[in-house]
Design a protein around this ligand. Structure first.
Ligand code: NAD
Ligand code: MG
Length: 298
């Protein structure tokens, strides 16, 4: 391993070789077809036993931020259940292989987050398959740009809310009865919660909702010893962005407006999730950890 997440590096120059490119895939998109390839930490993330024996469920774990988090959790010693769409089996199989190489269990549970039954089942199958659950990462999400509210499709609006908000509610509701004190819930919000783009009205609204959900639930569950937090990524190179997450002409300059002057890689998000999942963040509750290249947040 030439470099790992602890290697002293200039963050401006890190990933200079991965520049965003115009490209398009139909939803949900595949990491396997992403050009250029994103860094999920396959060759760099080094675990130090921070999540030994833990049992995690991650939605959207096949690609992007969720996959980088799944790899990191496994290398920190956690068993991981992966939720993703059946169309993403190729990506999920690769990530499951990397997880198993770390000597822990990977449990593949494909399905559609828009189904309440799938969400409930997902939790039940995780608890059964892993023998418990103590880390829940609500990360699966939908983002499709629309430049004009008069043509923003009603079904898209509903789908974005169902995927990003309703599924988080259904899964969390089903998970809480299983979570022992010390367990953690981590939701994926976005810089869009504070700095919404004019073409992401529906998506940005879901992300602001996720922040409020996180902060309200964090207070409710803290007395039970369950910590709830969120991670708010900035512009990160993932399949979400090339499946109409951005208008095509915006893709080439994706991330250039951050103080670092570049987009981020999923591998740069994983340590934030590890920190919030691990007992080392025992007094961190209701927090949104921004990982966005320096964009100011409230
Ligand atoms: P991604 O495409 O790799 O991951 C999103 C995942 O969501 C997909 O892999 C898919 O498995 C899952 N998903 C979507 N619809 C689903 C459905 N109906 N049923 C089941 N699974 C479904 O992209 P990503 O960027 O890694 O996204 C992960 C999270 O990060 C999302 O919540 C996204 O909103 C958030 N985020 C991303 C960025 C960014 O710039 N990439 C920025 C801020 C927040
Ligand atoms: Mg995917």
């Amino acid at each position: 391993m030439a470099r790992d997440q602890y290697t002293f590096t200039n963050p401006v120059e890190l990933y200079a070789e991965i520049t965003p490119k115009k490209g398009h895939q139909p939803e949900p998109g595949l990491d396997a077809d992403l050009d250029p390839k994103a860094d999920l930490g396959e060759d760099t993330y080094r675990g130090t036993g921070r999540l030994k024996g833990r049992k995690a469920l991650i939605t959207g774990a096949d690609s992007g931020i969720g996959a980088a988090t799944a790899i990191a959790f496994a290398r920190e010693g956690a068993d991981v259940a992966l939720s993703y769409l059946p169309a993403e089996e190729e990506d999920a199989a690769r990530i499951a292989g990397i997880i198993e190489e770390a000597g822990v269990t990977a449990l593949r549970l494909p399905g559609d987050l828009r189904s309440k039954d799938y969400c409930r089942d997902l939790v039940a199958k995780t608890v059964e398959g892993l023998g418990g659950l103590d880390i829940l990462v609500n990360n699966g999400g939908k983002q499709v740009y629309s430049e004009d509210i008069t043509t923003l499709d009603d079904d898209q609006f509903d789908d974005t809310f169902t995927t990003n908000v309703d599924a988080m509610f259904w899964i969390t509701k089903a998970a809480v009865p299983h979570l022992v004190p010390g367990s953690t819930i981590i939701n994926t919000t976005s810089i869009q919660a504070y700095s919404p783009s004019e073409f992401l009205v529906d998506y940005a609204s879901t992300k602001a909702t996720i922040n409020a959900f996180t902060k309200a639930l964090a207070q409710q569950l803290a007395p039970k010893g369950i910590r709830v937090n969120a991670v708010a990524p900035g512009p990160i190179w993932t399949p979400l962005q090339v499946t109409d997450g951005q208008p095509p002409e915006k893709l080439e300059e994706f991330g250039e407006d951050t103080p670092l002057g570049r987009m981020g890689q999923p591998a740069e998000l994983a340590p934030a999730y590890v920190f919030l999942a691990s007992p080392e963040s025992s007094f961190v509750i209701g927090e949104t950890l921004n990982v966005n290249g320096g964009k100011p947040t409230p």
